[in-house]
Design a protein. Structure first.
Length: 179
């Protein structure tokens, strides 16, 4: 085991000699993802569920929007910050109920890698999409229901932002007419 750790440490130093990159933590993260994916595949096989040859376009769109919303909710929402707190440090709010957090550099490389994963909606989307995809095979009705709810929230978010932009334009337009 020490030999493997030494090799990983040498590889990390060769890969990024001037910056800390938690390659060991990334390996743990990738291994965890592979294990979750394998477990989903095993569950699909054990239950005898049929995997669709080609997912319906409507499902792809629904899950795509739901993946965006759930990934963003988990990675950036102020309310979900307790989930990220062991791995990140609060920096500042960025509006619309979202926060910016910094990954904690102290501690293990696994903690750092998890912090990067949990605070990055793009990184987290792979995990969320995998869960939704497995759910679509294992429990399609429930998965579509949950995805529909998240898609409705995403649509509402965009409408709230559009409304705020329109409101600012109307207020700004009124001031320009008076000048």
């Amino acid at each position: 085991m020490t030999d493997v750790k030494d090799k990983v440490a040498r590889l990390r130093r060769a890969y990024a000699p001037h910056e800390h990159r938690p390659l060991g933590g990334y390996l743990v993260s990738m291994s965890s993802y592979a294990a979750v994916t394998a477990a989903l595949a095993g569950l699909v096989k054990a239950t005898g569920r049929q995997v669709p040859e080609r997912p319906a376009t409507a499902d792809v769109v629904l899950l795509g929007i739901a993946t965006h919303k759930l990934s963003r909710l988990l990675a950036k929402d102020a309310v979900t910050s307790p989930l990220r707190a062991p791995f990140t440090r609060y920096d500042r709010p960025i509006g619309s109920g979202e926060v910016i957090e910094q990954v904690r550099d102290q501690g293990s490389s696994t903690r750092h890698a998890i912090g990067e994963l949990l605070s990055c909606p793009f990184c987290l989307a792979v995990w969320v999409a995998t869960g939704f995809t497995g759910g679509l095979v294992l429990a399609p009705r429930l998965t579509r229901l949950v995805a529909t709810g998240l898609t409705a929230v995403a649509a509402s978010d965009f409408l709230q932002l559009a409304y705020a932009v329109a409101q600012r334009a109307a207020e700004g337009g009124g001031r320009d007419d008076e000048d």
